[in-house]
Design a protein around this ligand. Sequence first.
Ligand code: DX5
Ligand code: ZN
Length: 234
Amino acid sequence: MAGRGRGQGVDNGAVARINPSILSADFVNMQADLERIATADFVHVDVMDNHFVPNLTFGPQMVQRIQETSPVPLDVHLMISDADRWAPGYAELGAASVTFHLEAATDPVTLARRLRSIGARAGVAVKPATPVEGLFDVLDEFDQILVMTVEPGFGGQSFMADQMPKLARLYDEARRRGSQVWLQVDGGISESTIAQAAEAGADTFVAGSAVFGAGEPDRAIAALRSLATEHHRH
Ligand code: DX5
Ligand code: ZN
């Protein structure tokens, strides 16, 4: 359920959460870049292992320091193999939310329960080619579902509008079941694409280059939040 564990208190009823991805931040000036996004809802932390995706970012030690430094809670996105083994460690270091890939977990429901038991919100992510229908019967096991709108691995790619029907099906199913699960999109979100994602049913939006590529990240966050709120699906 939404609002449990450390996620509690961060859900202020806003219909559009904006989570800047620090994949587009300056890795050697991380503290300064974290302070530039203090108006965000969460900071999105992309962990990549050069195995599940062809790129490498950082691991638990760096995430621990971000956790200690960030003015906003952490939304950790694990693009790593063997999620069952590694994901709980990120919950243990205090991340508000930990999302693993469905394609990288052998027992997603057990893993989600473990993340919740540690106090994190449990998230599951799907790559563009992965269907979501298998999640319908277990929606309540998760606090958020991340529909990737690019192939995971890199920032700055183009938004895949062809993922919107999948997102809309998830939204319909969640409403039909009375689920409070958050629906997140990640990849290519900008002022020109966020409305489509909001209209399809997303309520939580990751944006990397659109926030850190802007001269004033806080203004970019406000503009994205306002567009997403305006186009929020009812
Ligand atoms: C991609 C990452 C994204 C990435 C998004 O694998 O999961 O979080 O940072 O970057 P933009 O917003 O630039 O597409
Ligand atoms: Zn991400």
